[in-house]
Design a protein around this ligand. Structure first.
Ligand code: NAP
Length: 249
């Protein structure tokens, strides 16, 4: 039977926040499947350069591109800079993120603004620029299972990721038929900075499948979405079923 999934050979991906953690695994997975990769970073310049070397050793090209996603002027430059180095972009993964604690009682205009700028405004800027290339492309937005499960300790974050969920659906309609736009909502994958395995161990039994996810499972889902030709506007929960429970812990 014909394989209806598109190969990635010769395609170029831009992954935001790609220097470390889940973004790094997504970048490497796309590269292993034949894509050239633009490694966007903010503060992790050294890690971004090292990742580019690792990707190049796989036989594809890689380029580091910096930029602060919280600053709209800098966000506007990322895709043009990527195109100047790598040529047209076929795959955009909006992965760059912050994860800071606050409740709705503590949230401020500043905390909400920061989260919305990085998690919704920057992805919108990048998506519009990608669409203006007027070629077939895929966008994958990284959400969080918290968009379905209220986490009162990360209110500004949750609010902004929910905006990215709505944006995913709006873009799926607005950018069709050339651009497919989907999202992944991970559950517990990696501990936040400052937390270790003990923190993750506590989360193991909080989802119906009683386990922690691997970054590779997120990357495999990205791979599925960017190779598909008939899927758009989907939110794929890679969270052990956490979204079904209605509460986090
Ligand atoms: N970790 C999990 O278990 C989990 C769970 C649910 C959802 N997710 C989602 O999955 C994605 C990846 O998760 P992660 O934990 O690997 O992410 P992360 O480590 O929190 O952040 C990824 C990268 O985002 C970049 N970033 C932060 N602020 C930035 C800014 N102002 N401008 C540009 N880039 C900025 C950083 O790049 P530099 O290091 O270069 O500064 C960072 O390495 C995120 O969207 C996250 O919300 C993760």
């Amino acid at each position: 039977m014909e394989d209806v999934r598109s190969p990635l050979t010769g395609k170029t991906a831009l992954v935001t926040g790609a220097a470390k953690r889940i973004g790094r695994v997504i970048a490497l997975t796309l590269a292993r499947n034949g894509a050239h990769v633009v490694v966007h970073y903010h503060q992790s310049a050294q890690e971004a350069l090292e990742l580019c070397s690792e990707i190049q050793r796989l036989g594809v090209s890689a380029w580091p591109v910096p930029g602060d996603l919280m600053d709209a002027q800098q966000a506007e430059k990322i895709l043009p800079d990527a195109v100047a180095k790598a040529g047209p972009i076929d795959i955009l993964v909006n992965n760059g993120s912050i994860f800071e604690k606050d409740t709705l009682w503590e949230a401020t205009e500043e905390s909400i603004g920061k989260n919305v700028r990085i998690h919704a405004v920057a992805p919108l800027i990048l998506a519009r620029q990608l669409a203006r290339q007027e070629r077939a492309a895929h966008i994958v937005n990284l959400l969080d299972t918290r968009v379905a499960v209220y986490d009162r300790e990360h209110a500004s974050y949750d609010l902004s990721k929910s905006m990215l969920l709505t944006l995913t659906r709006m873009l799926a309609l607005e950018l069709a038929p050339k651009v497919a736009v989907n999202a992944i909502a991970p559950g517990s994958i990696l501990p936040p900075p400052g937390q270790g395995q003990a923190y993750m161990a506590k989360l193991t039994y909080t989802n119906p499948l009683n386990r922690i996810g691997d970054p590779e499972e997120i990357a495999e889902t990205v791979l599925y979405l960017v190779r598909s030709r008939f899927v758009t506007g989907q939110i794929v929960y890679v969270d052990g079923g956490m979204h079904l429970k209605g509460h986090l812990y």
